[in-house]
Design a protein around this ligand. Structure first.
Ligand code: DC
Length: 223
């Protein structure tokens, strides 16, 4: 039996989204980047002037803010449109202010409860490639194929740097590296659903592989 839910977890900028979208495309599955939801809530909280350290206030935002993720309407490198309060926040939720605060938001119990429930509902429909931190361990533990995609912090920071530069924005490699390491630390040491590979996940290290090679490895595992 071929798996109809593929879970890809791993640290920030490990290439999960790029390769996940490619796998979904090849299989005609839906691609679902769950990190977008944590980013959307972080962005909305910032927009509303909510103090990010106020767990209750941020959790309320997660409970009451519908996040609309739809097929892309622009060919500008996005894998989907992210709409909140009628605004297209696809790129806004990738801004440095969100990068800095999203791990704090993602550690809150109320936020995780609200978002992982919605994610699970989508996962259970099947024919979906889901990427995140806790898909194989918490959101879709029954996923038939689980990949844990890893890479060194330096390699991941370099990829993120290249992405930002390719979008025509300014970037500083050293700052990105520091942030990647900080996020790794918060994401993997939090009490709830910390970043770790599921026991039955296949660990792929992409340090010396390009996206095409990672894609081919996942497709071979799928088959
Ligand atoms: O993959 P990303 O960098 O866009 O994720 C943004 C943040 O969201 C990251 O710091 C960890 C969190 N996240 C999470 O806790 N659980 C998920 N399933 C996906 C993302």
């Amino acid at each position: 039996m071929t798996p109809n839910t593929i879970a890809i977890d791993g640290p920030a900028a490990s290439g999960k989204s790029t390769v996940g979208a490619k796998v979904a495309d090849a299989l005609d599955y839906i691609f679902f980047d769950t990190g977008i939801m944590y980013r959307a809530i972080t962005w909305t909280a910032i927009q509303h002037g909510v103090d990010i350290s106020d767990e209750d206030a941020v959790s309320k935002i997660a409970e009451k803010t519908p996040i609309d993720i739809q097929p892309p309407t622009k060919a500008d490198g996005r894998s989907s449109d992210v709409i909140v309060e009628k605004e297209d926040i696809t790129w806004a939720c990738r801004k440095p202010a969100v990068d800095t605060n999203v791990s704090t938001v993602a550690a809150y119990a109320g936020v995780r409860a609200a978002l992982s429930q919605q994610q699970r509902r989508i996962g259970l429909r099947g024919n979906v490639v889901m990427v995140g931190r806790d898909i194989g361990t918490v959101v879709m533990p029954e996923a038939k194929l689980k990949i844990y995609l890893d890479a060194s912090a330096e390699e991941r920071a370099q990829r993120r740097y290249d992405e930002v530069i390719a979008r025509g924005e300014q970037a500083n490699y050293a700052e990105i590296l520091t942030k990647v390491k900080e996020r790794d630390h918060v994401d993997s040491t939090r009490d709830l659903a910390p970043l770790r590979s599921a026991e039955d996940a296949i660990i792929l290290n992409s340090d010396n592989l390009d996206i095409q090679q990672v894609f081919e490895k996942i497709m071979a595992l799928y088959k």
